[in-house]
Ligand binder design. Structure first.
Ligand code: AMP
Ligand code: TRP
Length: 328
């Protein structure tokens, strides 16, 4: 049997290059390797922890479904599903809530950051978010979870909860490991000391940006003092971030890029990088345009995947209920 892996993304807006290089592109590569049984989902319940409107939410879910397929996730090879279509997920989250120490959740960096960024909307969902995430992971006995660096703390909590449950009630859950890419934390274009995040749209390259937008954003991206194009995250965080993007999308090593641009200026480097980004995004954008015309087919794909995931989660829930002494 192949090792299982699982991951999800929240439908909260347009995907940016950080989501792509830290997660989605990796999902596609892992799927293509054929070495894993893959589950990828749309974390719609998690996304309710941020302010939203119903119309916008439906669009965001549909848009992410299209993004998954446009990037190359394939329902023939991976199970693609929507979190809210598996009721056992939330029921199991309640059980895990009851073994999760309050103090563990209070120290979660994402909770602290999001509460600070949006003090008007510090809801209980935001607080228990990592517990539902633990269920998203543990329901299918995975060995691996491909995520960006910002999710490592949540994954560590997942492992802690799995261990705790297993010790108290008998072996039920696996303890999965993270899988990081070479770009686990892409930095913002306008401030390379902060991670690229949709909460700071000015620093994001979005996957559906036009060539003009890409060029203009890269042209104005913060670079550092001096003229050298070298990778040095302490002294030259801006240039290093751009080199990382260039290297990852063009599959050229950072050292070969440093050599190539040894006696060249930022302007030429940035112009070339913009071309690399535009060319790399083109297949995704072309696929996306085509898929937009087939909403019915996409719905069917996610319904079928959700049925499968819901049934696996339900089996796990029954196992959990038996272990904790709930009568069936
Ligand atoms: P989210 O949009 O928060 O649901 O994130 C989806 C995935 O993208 C998660 O695996 C994140 O860890 C990853 N991710 C988000 N921002 C970045 C970033 N700046 N660099 C690398 N990965 C990221
Ligand atoms: N919390 C993740 C994020 O913001 C999304 C997510 C929810 C997730 N459940 C998950 C990722 C399970 C991996 C596994 O990016």
């Amino acid at each position: 049997m192949k090792p299982v892996l699982v991951s999800g993304i929240q439908p909260t807006g347009r995907l940016h290059l950080g989501n792509y290089l830290g997660a989605l592109k990796h999902f596609v590569e892992l799927q293509k390797s054929g070495k894993y049984e893959c589950y990828f989902f749309i974390a719609d319940l998690h996304s309710l922890t941020e302010t939203f409107s119903p119309e916008e939410k439906t669009d965001q879910i549909n848009n992410l479904a299209v993004d998954y397929l446009a990037a190359g996730l394939d329902p023939e090879k991976s199970t693609l599903f929507i979190q809210s279509l598996s009721p056992a997920h939330t029921e199991m989250a309640w059980v895990l809530n009851c073994i999760t120490p309050f103090g563990e959740l209070r120290r979660m960096t994402q909770f602290k950051e999001k509460s600070e960024n949006d003090p008007e909307n510090i809801n209980v969902g935001l607080f228990t978010y990592p517990v539902l995430m633990a269920v998203d992971i543990l329901f299918c006995n995975p060995q691996f979870v491909p995520v960006g660096e910002d999710q490592l703390q949540h994954l560590e909590l997942t492992r802690t909860l799995a261990r705790k449950f297993n010790t108290r009630f008998g072996k039920t859950f696996t303890e999965p490991k993270p899988l990081l890419t070479e770009v686990p934390r892409l930095m913002s274009l306008d401030d390379p000391t902060k991670k690229m995040s949709k909460s700071r749209p000015a620093g994001c390259l979005f996957l559906d940006d036009t060539p003009e937008e890409v060029l203009s954003k890269i042209k104005t991206a913060t670079t550092d003092s001096g003229k050298e194009i070298v990778y040095d995250t302490d002294k030259k965080p801006g240039v290093s971030n751009l080199l990382l993007i260039y290297s990852n999308l063009s599959k050229q090593s950072i050292s070969s890029l440093e050599k190539r641009y040894q006696s060249k200026g930022y302007a030429e480097f940035k112009k070339d990088l913009a071309r690399v980004v535009v060319e790399s995004l083109l297949p995704f954008q072309t696929n996306k345009k085509e898929l937009m015309n087939k909403p019915g087919g996409i719905k069917k794909i996610f319904e079928a995947g959700s049925k499968k995931a819901a049934s696996i989660a339900n089996k796990k829930l029954i196992e959990v209920k038996k272990k904790i002494g709930l009568v069936l």
